[in-house]
Design a protein around this ligand. Structure first.
Ligand SMILES: Nc1ncnc2c1ncn2[C@@H]1O[C@H](COP(=O)(O)OP(=O)(O)O)[C@@H](O)[C@H]1O
Ligand SMILES: [Mg+2]
Length: 296
């Protein structure tokens, strides 16, 4: 398609960038300290698909993303990228976290070029790739600035561009806009969806912002409170490319209500658990003794 390009100016390989998790469980600690963080999660991201994972705090979202990134190994189950088991980190997966991780002593462009330099890519090609992606993110005018000279939103855009520079097959994002104010978030969502529209790579995106998940995604998985399981999988019935006016559409509002109800149940269940853990069992019950989650 004419509107697709990768950092190297090529059409992305059809059918590349499929993530599959099958029956993944994750436990931490031993004995009495043992925590079952994730229990039997199966999910997938198809090539070129934008998929979000939402769920209450502590349900294992970051744990799952770290397993796909190769930073952690699943206790049970299989995790593959294009059918190959994931055994550690690799440049085929770009990762963006909430906290910015730019090198403060390097300019914006040098930060973006860093991964390419590590791969031994020649200077002229590094520069061309970095400038193409910085242009897509609206940052070309800042290529010679240092991170300290940028706003939070700009730093995070550089982080995304840097993760894309090595032409990964998938982009993994863990609450990337969580530290930004509401107005900046909305602008970042628009920039990200525009970049995705051009690059069409597979994205696994974690957020606790339901509207953000709907606006950006093709599909959303909702997780239960800990131990995290997949509670629901919801298709987002909005056309592409996404535009801000869609947030007022009937389709958007309907799916928002559906996801809000699913999340509310789980957040209450999570809070009930915390209260139980603290020995305040009565707080998790209503006057009739029904568990709090049944009040929703
Ligand atoms: N390295 C670890 N050691 C022990 N417990 C952990 C570790 N990482 C995560 N956990 C626990 O696993 C659960 C899920 O954590 P996490 O994946 O960070 O949740 P989320 O990102 O959904 O908020 C939490 O109860 C957390 O305390
Ligand atoms: Mg997390």
């Amino acid at each position: 398609m004419a509107d697709q390009l990768t950092a190297t100016g090529q059409t992305p390989g059809a059918g590349e960038g499929r993530i599959d998790l099958h029956d993944v469980s994750m436990r931490f600690g031993r004995g009495a300290d043992r925590v079952q963080a994730v229990d039997g999660v199966s999910l997938h991201v198809a090539p070129g698909e934008f998929v979000s994972l939402i769920g209450p705090s502590g349900c294992g979202k970051s744990t799952l993303l770290n397993v796909v990134a190769g930073f952690a190994r699943a206790s049970e189950g299989t995790v593959t990228l294009d059918g190959q088991p994931i055994t550690g980190p690799g440049s085929d997966r770009g990762v963006v976290f909430q906290q910015y991780s730019l090198f403060p002593w390097m300019t914006v462009r040098r930060n973006v070029e860093f991964g390419l330099k590590m791969q031994g890519i020649a200077a002229a090609r590094r520069e061309a790739t970095a400038r193409t992606l910085l242009g897509l993110a609206g940052l070309l005018a800042f290529e010679n600035h240092y991170p300290d000279q940028l706003s939070g939103g700009m730093k995070q855009r550089v982080g995304i561009v840097r993760a894309l520079a090595t032409s990964p097959r998938v982009l993994l994002m863990d609450e990337p806009f969580g530290a930004l104010d509401a107005q900046t978030r909305v602008v970042m969502q628009q920039i990200l969806t525009n970049m995705w529209q051009r690059l069409r790579l597979s994205v696994l995106f974690i957020t606790h912002d339901i509207e953000e998940a709907i606006f950006l995604s093709d599909r959303v998985y909702v997780m239960t409170a800990r131990p995290g399981r997949i509670k629901a999988e919801v298709e987002i019935p909005l056309p592409r490319p996404r535009t801000p006016d869609m947030m007022a559409s009937v389709g958007f509002t309907q799916v928002l209500h559906k996801l809000r109800n699913l999340i509310r149940e789980e957040s209450l269940a999570a809070m009930g658990d915390e209260l139980h853990d603290g020995g305040l069992e009565g707080f998790a019950m209503d006057a009739g003794g029904h568990p709090l989650r049944e009040l929703v």
